[in-house]
Design a binder for this molecule. Structure first.
Ligand code: PMT
Length: 224
């Protein structure tokens, strides 16, 4: 029996990796398949939420009853998320956003005229951190932390720096966790609480557990 405990809630999910253009046929990106974010969007819609999925590159089909907005770069994702943020009850940032982009994106294909070539990179805005400065007291903000070492310490640091309500930490160096696979191994990091470690689970079940946590956080925020 599918829970219906998100009826009417507005939920924004980001998924997939961003592409940072070098020229019209080349870009920098990462290994995100979008599976984690798409599982979250599908599960939230089935629990009754109005879901908008801001999606970077993926080959997945759009989940049923979810509004999908496709973007390419971190800057495009930033603009879309900021536009939609004020009306959301919860935001879940499962996307793997590139931290850097090429300083210049050539408008014509770059020719191989030199033996060495340097691409200068500049920092992208941190979308989650900006959400953290703009969020209202009722909005629930969930970030992810993709780590390969000191997972919970780094995730706790991200929770504080980005003013999130929950960080879902995954050790992406573990088999069966992180990028591309159908399962994940996560810990929930919340302010003033010990980490909650979950076993290896299908991404859909991880998604349900994250949504349970959001419902709990919402209840505590409304003082019920
Ligand atoms: O897509 P899959 O193949 O299913 O893989 C799932 C996943 C590994 C991509 C997912 O579980 C995950 O960990 N997503 C976050 C990846 C990431 O970018 O982590 P990070 O530790 O670099 O960033 C921390 C948080 O800040 C993330 O919520 C990220 O969305 C956000 N961020 C990061 C950089 C940036 N410029 N803006 C951001 O909002």
């Amino acid at each position: 029996q599918q829970k219906q405990d998100m009826q009417g809630l507005k939920v924004l999910v980001t998924a997939g990796g961003t592409r940072e253009r070098i020229d019209p046929v080349r870009y920098l990106t990462n290994d995100s398949s979008g599976k984690m974010g798409y599982a979250l969007a599908e599960a939230a819609a089935q629990r009754g939420a109005h879901v908008t999925l801001v999606s970077g590159n993926t080959s997945l089909n759009p989940p049923p009853n979810v509004k999908v907005i496709s973007v390419e770069s971190a800057l495009q994702m930033y603009d879309k998320v900021m536009e939609l943020l004020p009306e959301q009850d919860a935001v879940i940032k499962a996307a793997a956003v590139a931290d850097y982009r090429p300083a210049v994106s050539a408008d014509k294909k770059i020719k191989k005229t030199k033996d060495h070539m340097t691409i200068e990179l500049v920092r992208n805005p941190d979308i989650l951190a900006e959400i953290g400065t703009r969020k209202t007291s009722k909005q629930v903000i969930v970030g992810f932390a993709a780590e390969t070492n000191d997972v919970e310490t780094n995730a706790m640091d991200k929770l504080r720096r980005k003013n999130a309500d929950l960080i879902v930490a995954n050790d992406v160096s573990k088999e069966g966790a992180g990028f591309g696979v159908d399962t994940n191994i996560v810990s929930f990091i919340r302010p003033d609480q010990p980490p909650r470690r979950l076993p290896q689970m299908r991404k859909r079940d991880v998604a349900e557990a994250i949504l349970d946590e959001i419902v709990t956080i919402r209840t505590s925020k409304s003082g019920m």
